[in-house]
Design a binder for this molecule. Structure first.
Ligand code: HAM
Length: 428
């Protein structure tokens, strides 16, 4: 039988790496809570119709990337490819308009897209995101952008750039689409096949094509700013005013159009040059028409989502991790034992230390003392307690400081207190 592997486009987060994930998630929770966002947990699967109506029938996601299947009762179910439509569904379903507005929510969880896997692009990825629903205020757009930037800042990441744009609204966008199609009409044959198709169904997407020839052609077209209606123009000015008030640097980038149909007005992406082809750390925007697309009443909203895999990749690149580098286990104390009676004593000691909240471990591989010391070092232990026949007899253990190499003698009776930081001669 062939060796079993995880499905293509999925990855395991091994214990070595999960510390970094937990750190990202912790920062997300803290930044979001500080800004008044509460966590929402929506189902991993939804009715397919939610994404067809929400994300849009002529998007890459709905056309070719959804994991869709019939359940045993014949309903069409889809593993969620994104979190905005589910959040808006929940807002409408639970009548959250009766709560204080805007309703501010954040989420962390897996999303599923049948994409061509490559570095930074997976078939199961994990997003953190926020959705602020119920207010058209441009200050909320700026708040959402600043939350995403704060997450990266608090993680110690630098070298990312905020790209900002507007894609207008159903009132002004059609005029721009028309102008765009007209502007590239003489070069249609030179566009890639994707863009030729886009030109008919979703011409704005021609602007964010990565193909060199397409970029050259779209580099000469008018920008949407000449076509915005007064409301969209003043909204965009509002967003930039609030971003400037926060001292948040951004670049206006008319190529940012986003790949989901629900966007209106503000769109933005945070890009990190070191990520390679999939260089977008996160992105979002305003979606004032989404609630109506889902059958609800007009309800404005704005939010973003960002991939945790990409944040972790950028953090590792910044840290200069070599691929496969081992991280410590988080163990602070390692109890090395020699002989069966000392092992029983050591087993008890480990349990007592864990009860006191000291991360600690002992050997389960019948290693020699030398090998136990080496193992303790590899685990990143700060102290090693050595217990053998002699130590049991004298009731005094040897404690080695792994960074200085210094050894001290500590009475067994006081060992737990000393190692947990309560006793005299604090050891950890
Ligand atoms: P999105 O741009 O499709 O937007 O995805 C958001 C982020 O999720 C991306 O910037 C990227 O970091 C990550 N991501 C997406 N697809 C993959 C993948 N296949 N592999 C790895 N990472 C991926 C949305 O999903 C919108 N719901 C964002 C939003 C929220 N807009 C308003 N509110």
């Amino acid at each position: 039988m062939a060796e079993l592997k995880a499905p293509r486009g999925t990855c395991d987060v091994l214990p070595d790496e999960s510390d970094l994930w937990i750190r990202v998630e912790g920062v997300v929770r803290r930044v979001c809570r500080n800004a008044g966002y509460g966590e929402i947990r929506t189902p991993i699967f939804e009715h397919t119709e939610l994404f067809e109506r929400g994300v849009g029938a002529v998007t890459d996601i709905v056309e070719k990337e959804m994991y869709t299947f019939l359940d045993k009762a014949g309903r069409s179910i889809t593993l969620r490819p994104e979190g905005t439509a589910p959040c808006m569904r929940a807002y409408l379903e639970h009548n959250l308009k009766t709560r204080p507005q805007p309703v501010k929510m954040y989420y962390i969880g897996p999303m599923f897209r049948y994409e061509r896997p490559q570095s930074g692009r997976f078939r199961q990825h994990t997003q953190f995101g926020v959705e602020a629903i119920g207010s058209p205020d441009p200050a909320l757009d700026a708040e959402v952008v600043s939350i995403l930037v704060d997450v990266y800042r608090h993680l110690g990441l630098s070298g990312f750039v905020v790209h900002l744009n507007t894609i207008g609204c159903p009132r002004c966008r059609p005029r721009y689409k028309e102008a765009l199609v007209k502007a590239v009409a003489g070069w249609v044959e030179e566009l890639c096949s994707d863009c030729r198709r886009r030109l008919e169904r979703n011409p704005l997407r021609v602007l964010d094509c990565k193909n060199e020839a397409c970029r050259e052609i779209s580099g000469n077209v008018p920008t949407i700013f000449e076509f915005l209606c007064d409301e969209c123009r003043s909204h965009f000015e509002g967003v930039t005013t609030y971003l400037k008030a926060l001292g948040l640097a951004y670049e206006i980038d008319p190529r940012i159009v986003r790949g989901l149909d629900y966007y209106t007005k503000t769109v933005f992406e945070v890009v990190h040059a070191e990520l390679g082809a999939q260089d977008v750390l996160g992105g979002g925007g305003r979606y004032d028409g989404l609630a109506e697309d889902l059958g609800g009443e007009h309800t404005p909203g704005v939010g973003f989502a960002a991939g945790i895999e990409r944040a972790v990749m950028a953090l590792k690149a910044a840290r200069g991790d070599s691929p496969g580098a081992e991280a410590g286990t988080g163990i602070r104390v390692f109890v090395a034992t020699m002989g069966a009676p000392a092992r029983v004593e050591g087993f008890r000691l480990v349990k007592a230390l864990r009860e006191r909240g000291v991360p600690c471990d002992l050997d389960y591989m019948e290693r020699s003392l030398k090998a136990q010391m080496k193992h303790a070092n590899r685990c990143g232990a700060l102290k090693v307690v050595i217990l053998g026949e002699e130590e049991l007899k004298t009731r005094v253990a040897t404690v080695k400081d792994m960074s200085t190499g210094e050894q001290s003698q500590v009475a067994l009776e006081g060992l737990v207190q000393v190692l947990s930081g309560d006793g005299p001669g604090t050891a950890t």
